[in-house]
Design a binder for this molecule. Structure first.
Ligand code: HEM
Length: 182
């Protein structure tokens, strides 16, 4: 998993729970990397799982809710980090439809070791779309938050519903309906 995901995660923890919260988290998680990450480095996904488990216990918020909040937080950082990737899109639906072939494919060119989900468009009409998320990491609530913040980025909003197609959450269908006038 790319370092930017870890550095932004720790920044979110700091913004919500302070430096003390970060220190307590890293101390208890006791990670091989020591919790020292650079945005362009690559780290074991197991460290993210551990950070989520420990934080969830410490602050008494379910992992899924933490991932959702993190998805909302992360989008801005990704755009700031890879500005050229998002510039080609003028609305949220086009951006979401372009994740697979434009956005994540660019990321893969830069970092062949990146571990990216597959995001396929199953259906699309004027105000709605259906996406299929597939990833062995099962971070569908992160995807949920990222989808919502894609709309926010374009000053729009949408209703986003998801349906797990297996218990692990490695295959998940998203039903997205853009709010009228937004
Ligand atoms: C400018 C927009 C975006 C950029 C630059 C971007 C880039 C990235 C990067 C660098 C990673 C980390 C890969 C790794 O850890 O090795 C990632 C992971 C991920 N991206 Fe994107 N992304 C963008 C938008 C989105 C959107 C809108 C979604 C919504 C579905 C999304 C879904 C995900 C998910 C769920 C992961 C976690 C890995 C997984 O689930 O397997 N991304 N992305």
């Amino acid at each position: 998993m790319k370092g930017i995901i870890f550095t932004e995660f720790l920044e979110m923890v700091e913004s919500r729970f302070g430096m003390e919260g970060v220190d307590q988290l890293l101390e208890e998680a006791d990670l091989p990397s020591g919790g020292v990450y650079t945005a362009v480095g690559t780290y074991d996904f197991k460290e993210m799982v551990k950070l989520l488990q420990v934080l969830s216990q410490q602050v008494d918020i379910p992992i899924e809710s933490l991932l959702h909040a993190f998805g909302n937080y992360l989008f801005k950082a990704l755009i700031a980090h890879y500005p050229e990737v998002a510039e080609d899109f003028s609305n949220p639906m086009d951006l979401l439809a372009g994740i697979e072939d434009h956005i994540h494919s660019q990321v893969l060119k830069l970092y062949p070791e990146a571990e990216l989900p597959s995001i396929q468009v199953l259906e699309r009409s004027d105000g709605s779309m259906t996406l299929l998320y597939e990833s062995s990491r099962g971070l569908y609530r992160l995807a949920h938050g990222l989808i919502e913040s894609t709309f926010a980025h374009f000053n729009a909003s949408a209703g986003v519903r998801y349906e797990l197609l297996n218990p692990e959450g490695t295959l998940v269908k998203f039903q997205i309906t853009q709010h009228a006038g937004a």
